[in-house]
Design a binder for this molecule. Sequence first.
Ligand code: SF4
Length: 493
Amino acid sequence: MPLINKKTFLEFLKCPVKGWMELNNPPKKVISLADKYRMEEGKEIGERARQLFPEGVLLEEKNSFIAEDITKCMFRDQSFNTIYEAAFIDSNFVTRADIIEETKEGLKVYEVKSSKSNTKQIKELIKDIAYTVMVIKSAGYNVNEASLILLSDKYRKGLSEQSLFELYDVFNEAHRFIDEFFSEKEKAVEILGSLEKPEPKFIYECRNCDYFKECFDMDRDKTIFVLHNKHHSQVKRLIEQERYLLKDIDVDELEKDVHRRIYRSLKENKLIVDDKRGLWEKLNNLEYPIGYLDFETVSTALPLYDDLGPYEKLPFQYSLHIKKSPDSPLKHLDYLFFDPSVDESKRLAETLAGDVEGIKTLIAYHDSFEKSVIKNIIERNGYDEQLKSVLTEMIDKFVDLEMLVKEHIYHPDFHGSFSIKKVLPALIPDFSYEGMKIKNGDDACYVFAKMARGDYSELEMEKIRKDLLEYCKLDTLAMVKIHEKLLELCSIF
Ligand code: SF4
């Protein structure tokens, strides 16, 4: 059987089928532009973390068995005290340690992560290092320290490597998981090493699992997972009762209007519009001129500009469609950093303040995002009071188009989601993001980050600028179309 690595083992703990698939039949993953950027950035962070241990040596060998032999030799000869990517194998289990230091008391294990030190995912990160420590200990070594190396919130571009990272000793926390992992090892070898795929069990983790189709002969849209944002405890209770399908529950059991609407829409297989009068009143109350606004923001682990911290969000682009009255033609305005190597967010804010002059209502899709971007701009240094007051006034003018859809409408083709990417083609079939070079905000963010880092030629930059402008423009045009569709749907009540 192939060696079990960290990803496989941790997947196995969540679901044995997932672990088995990971080891025996791994999916061919499509790497998006965003994935590619994150991988490159993760690699750079790993390399920079090594500079905290400058005496270390990199073990480049990819073959785990050969790398393990080299690791043993290095420890035996005591030629190196610090190794990057040392390899350890314990019968069926393998691990590579990001950084390992040998001391008289034992090994110090360090795992480098691209997460911030205040991450909510800390438990998952501790599980990662717990697996590494478990394999090293099982391979016969004494481990006396285990630390995570995380990104410091206080870091700003240009500061030293020391200020980029914070070390967290998680030795005790990791040991709580290690005991659990030890007790699962034997079962993992038996199940993962079997030629037969384990029998899938319908569990909470199935809700967003890529293997769903391979595991179950059922349409996910007909299961309880289609009930948008249903509280996980309620979903788990239904699973315990083996009520996996919508048809297993009664509509009266559903407390929320949105869930009842989804239920009816799927049962009748048609678009449902509830409380048309209420929707009409909400839409009729919107004051013109209306601006449809969408920001694209960049947020990278390694900040692109001075004064930005890791993962701090910065708008680099907006698109604004304006309708002066219900029947007037659409006007389009936009802004994209002219020179991505420089932080132009102040210029963007000033241009936006001018562009929204006279607008009475601002429509955004999931407006909490746009509001948070504006609040972040206001909190940044160097903005005059007048600009700040225009931006502050904008916040009260927002109306959330997503909420209007969620509170009144469901179409089977939403597939349990109210994202604009699902809602748009379902309500306006001729209109979709198909064929766009940049398909989502994540891709836009990382393509821009590469522009800012100077990774593209001038010719490529020109092309990408066009793609970014087209993508963001489509986002606000989509809002215009959805708004028009809502007006049409509630015109007769
Ligand atoms: S769909 Fe469910 S049972 Fe199948 S691999 Fe995913 S989590 Fe496991």
